[in-house]
Design a protein around this ligand. Structure first.
Ligand code: 8ID
Ligand code: ZN
Length: 372
């Protein structure tokens, strides 16, 4: 696949579909019945009966995250709903509300559907801002149907408000990829001037991680493979690109990219493959942190106890972000400091997108136009 074009728009040229608040015609969904697919595109009736707290969102654009591919393939140790409409980077407008939902959003609001579809807002996790860890959380495109459909029923309490200055296609990938890496960089607890290595830097999460890191004043060592991803990572501000397929010693090359040769203060692992975790604890510097973000199924992080102590390194897991993280990530994107690099395809091309994602051909993100 050709490298994606970066949108040149700096202000939201509003999509005329954002004004169409009547619910007309059928719902259009991309759905699969069993793990491994096939994914088919179908017309089905729109669900117009909304329960308390629910919102009907007219999705216009949706990003495709590697998580959607994991869910379709069933390679995680968790069961998803079946049949399933995937997708959790949905951007559109609210067209109807269930009882009580108007305390969160209004009809006509430009909103985003993110991975955490809802949470109880009342447990000790929610009360302390750890909404993704809520035991009652529901996940869009996994435990409930997601954004690969024209009319998605979601929960008003977790919809994100998309800033006016941000076009919906630019916004969509921020709703998972953007917020996830923004939060993961917070978990790294770096200060400006410090180095972060980003395995998976040329992918959906990674290319946004480079930009949030640069915006925070961190220095980025990008790790991925191929000329397209190298060019993308360097254009976004990575100071060094290391190709994991051609490097003779990843550990030596990454350490050598820092001035004193001790390696970066953090690795934010945003790759979907298990190999990206193998050497991260060896190339971060003493007192450094490995932030686990990428989710290869059935993979362990192997940490030698002696060297974990002797080098005083930390390992932390980082799981999307809360409602405030999502809002901040969107607002930074609206300011122009972070721009999604994407190619737009139609919802009907989702099976091809999954094939290309599996073979590592996508630099940046694919955003689907729901009506195509
Ligand atoms: O909350 C979370 N922790 C969270 C949220 C969203 C997504 C976690 N994820 C997970 C996804 O489920 C997936 O496992 O993050 C991973 C990356 O998602 P993505 O960015 O949507 O995937 P992508 O666009 O396919 O990019 C992956 C990149 O990793 C590179 C590939 O070349 C690709 O550019 N990569 C691989 I595969 N192996 C690598 C390696 N060994 C590698 N890069 C460096 N070293
Ligand atoms: Zn995702």
């Amino acid at each position: 696949m050709a490298p994606a074009a970066t949108s040149s728009r700096s202000h939201a040229a509003q999509d005329p579909r954002e004004q169409q608040l009547d619910v007309s015609g059928q719902n259009r969904v991309a759905i699969f019945d069993k793990q491994g697919g096939p994914v088919s595109i179908k017309d089905v009736p729109v669900q117009k009966q909304l329960k308390r707290g629910e919102a009907l969102v007219r999705v216009i654009y949706t990003g495709v995250c590697h998580t959607d591919l994991h869910a379709m393939l069933g390679d995680w140790p968790l069961d998803n709903k079946l049949p399933l409409v995937g997708g959790h980077e949905g951007a559109g407008v609210v067209v109807a509300l269930g009882e009580g939902a108007d305390q969160f959003v209004k009809v006509g609001d430009r909103v985003g559907i993110k991975w955490i579809a809802t949470s109880c807002l009342n447990c000790s996790f929610c009360r302390t801002g750890a909404e993704p860890n809520c035991p009652h959380a529901q996940c869009s495109g996994f435990s409930v149907d997601g954004s690969f459909q024209k009319y998605a029923v979601s929960y008003a309490n977790h919809l994100s408000i998309i800033p006016d200055a941000l076009p919906l296609d630019q916004a969509a990938p921020i709703l998972c990829a953007g917020v996830t890496v923004y939060k993961a960089l917070k978990e790294a607890q770096l200060i400006p001037g410090q180095y972060v290595a980003i395995p998976g830097a040329g992918g959906g999460l990674g290319h946004l991680a480079i930009q949030y890191a640069v915006a925070a004043g961190y220095r980025v060592i990008a790790i991925d493979t191929g000329a397209d991803k190298k060019q993308l990572c360097e254009s976004l501000g990575a100071e060094k690109f290391i190709d994991f397929k051609t490097s003779k010693s990843l550990v030596d090359d990454i350490k050598a990219a820092t001035p004193d040769g001790f390696g970066p203060q953090a690795a934010v692992v945003a790759a979907s493959g298990a190999a990206a975790y193998e050497q991260a604890l060896d190339y971060i510097r003493p007192r450094g942190v490995l932030v686990a973000v990428g989710l290869p199924g059935n993979t362990d992080i192997r940490a030698n106890v002696f060297f974990t102590v002797f080098r005083s390194v930390r390992v932390v897991g980082s799981y999307v972000g809360n409602r405030q993280d999502a809002q901040e990530a969107l607002e930074i994107a609206a300011s122009g400091k972070v721009r999604t690099h994407f190619k737009t395809l139609g919802l009907s091309q989702l099976p091809q997108v999954y094939d290309d994602m599996q073979s590592g051909k996508i630099a940046g993100r694919i955003v689907l136009d729901i009506d195509q």
